[in-house]
Design a protein around this ligand. Structure first.
Ligand code: IMP
Ligand code: MG
Length: 178
């Protein structure tokens, strides 16, 4: 699997320090609140798990499964495959995802929770690909800004694979033509 990687964009150590930084920031910002962290499956999995251990205050945890992506380009159509089980009314929600690219997903989910009566909705992504943006939105917490390249690892997949890499990398071009 590692032989398919052309270059490493973020090492395991860099990801660890990003999680610590974001965790402390969230802890500070939500001092007197008990936010609900909502991870977007499946990509949020490693990030959410490392990030929420870096927040040393009260948080609730929930997950949602959404899809919008096929192959290497976003369709812009968001489908909710699994909803949260928490009653979101009056809650402070922080949506956690692996990456913000076109922005379709986070824009849709933010509105979805506000319509459900959340008191506030913020977004947190490990990666931000600003050049990919198609709708106007920026994540409130961003770990690292990357160029417009398709990346895999640490939750991010190419056709379902590579999520279990403990770093973020770029695939060799020949992998796509297989
Ligand atoms: P958006 O709706 O275009 O912002 O897309 C967000 C979702 O697209 C993420 O949760 C990822 O699942 C997927 N995605 C965007 N860019 C990449 C990438 O470079 N590699 C893998 N998945 C990506
Ligand atoms: Mg995703």
């Amino acid at each position: 699997m590692k032989n398919d990687i052309q270059k490493i964009l973020l090492s395991k150590e860099e990801i660890t320090s990003i999680c610590q930084k974001l965790g402390h920031q969230i802890e500070e910002d939500y001092k007197d609140k008990k936010p609900v962290l909502v991870g977007l499956l499946k990509g949020c999995m490693p990030f959410m798990s490392d990030l929420f251990k870096c927040i040393n205050s009260y948080v609730y945890l929930d997950y949602m499964s959404v899809s919008s992506y096929e192959g290497t380009s976003s369709t812009g159509v968001i489908k909710i495959n699994k909803d949260v089980s928490t009653d979101i009314t009056g809650k402070d929600v922080i949506v956690i995802d692996d990456i913000i690219d076109t922005g379709h997903t986070l824009k849709y989910i933010t509105k979805y929770f506000l319509d459900k009566g959340a008191r506030s909705v913020k977004t947190c992504c490990l990666l931000d690909k600003p050049e990919g943006r198609k709708v106007e939105i920026s994540a409130d917490y961003v770990g690292h800004v990357i160029p417009n390249e398709f990346v895999v690892g640490y939750g991010l997949d190419y056709d379902g694979l590579y999520r279990n890499l403990d770093f973020i990398g770029v695939l060799k071009p020949e992998v796509y033509s297989k």
